[in-house]
Design a binder for this molecule. Sequence first.
Ligand code: SDX
Length: 429
Amino acid sequence: MAERKLTLNDPESGKNLDLPVVAGSEGDPTLDISGLHKELGYFTFDPGYGTTASCKSDITFIDGGKGILRYRGYPIEQLAEQSSFLEVAYLLLYGELPSAAEFTGFERDITYHTMVHEKLNTFMQGFHYNAHPMAILSGVVGSMAAFYHDKLDVNDPEQRDLAAKRLIAKMPTIAAAAYRHSQGWPSAYPKNSLGYSERFLHMMFSVPAEPYEVNPVAARVLDLLFILHADHEQNASTSTVRLVGSTGANPYACTAAGIAALWGPAHGGANEAVLNMLNQIGTVRNVPEFIKRAKDKDDPFRLMGFGHRVYKNHDPRATIIRKACHDVLQELGKQDELLDLAMKLEEIALEDEYFVDRKLYPNVDFYSGIIYKALGIPTSMFTAMFAIGRTVGWVSQWLEQSNTPTRIGRPRQVYTGATERDYVAIEKR
Ligand code: SDX
């Protein structure tokens, strides 16, 4: 089949330039504009990279119009229903579902990297007791290069793989320690006899004074949430990890940068902002006033957990989480009026033309906080929970980029500042 292309005609120079369509396995046609400046002297302008592909990737596919999300070709709905977070981690990292033997080996590797260097626990004690967990997470993860500098050659595939496993294994340990620090509790060490999500809950809530039994319902729904948050192609935090990685920085520095990007309320910080918003709205009676505020350009209030740069249809993760909310609250014998409020808010918003015209639907962050709350996880920890799941995506995308020769990321700009002018001595100003 003839190569698909778009031909540009430049009236300035009278030159034509063929822009070839980059071959992908599926998704919207994407033009290769890398020759544009050399051939015609133009750059492109795309604030927020809304229509710019930064890389090729085999990992995650999203079709925003159809509300499709697949990890390595497997629909998120099937993975949510039939897989486990560690199995999904293997899939995202290595591209294929593991055999039983491969999974056993991978699970063992992760399990035996869950402890952190004891000096890291000491380092953690230096944070103020009410430090935000994301501040601790980004600080501690960035400092891992000071503790695990023995295997930091990013050009060595084995050392890259070890760093990836260390990050996946230790993120829950560090996140749980951040929570315990805020509670004034002693560190809890990972129990290797437990599974990934159970082990995290045990590190979060066990106390030395008595045995702590992990609720299997809580462990199962947490594993589901980690699966749903694991990767999402080139979102802001993953793009940050790739950009930092393109300089050759070590994986701990890359991941710490990803954590910092995720923290923003427009990104992973939205799950914490949704709970704060629902508490601010308080009752269904107040919903119309807040919907009005969300539509008012002069009001900074946004409907947190709503809208998405890519999904212009339902976020498939939100659909799965909304159902899990009901199931978990029922299984735990809990009620939460905030769930009723969230459902009503969604219903009213989706009847309003402002949201319908702009294709604004609930995203992954709209319902997840309801479940975290039901598990006893404080709002301040919600984004840290997102980071635990997304660490798998960050390291998978970092590995994919590190495994192929990559140029340093260096966007250009449209300069709108002062043109050349001469310096004026202060006494003459
Ligand atoms: C995540 O990229 C990813 O994949 C991210 C993520 C992942 O897994 O990594 O999916 C996770 O970050 C989900 C998004 C969480 N953030 C929020 O829930 C915060 C609230 N949402 C908005 O801030 C916003 O929708 C964004 C940031 C998510 C998307 O912003 P865009 O794509 O830049 O969209 P936009 O701001 O250009 O909005 C288009 C229009 C604007 O109105 P007009 O200028 O056309 O009149 O929609 C309006 C916006 O004002 N709008 C909203 C709104 N979101 C967009 N109006 C009210 N409430 C909102 N939430």
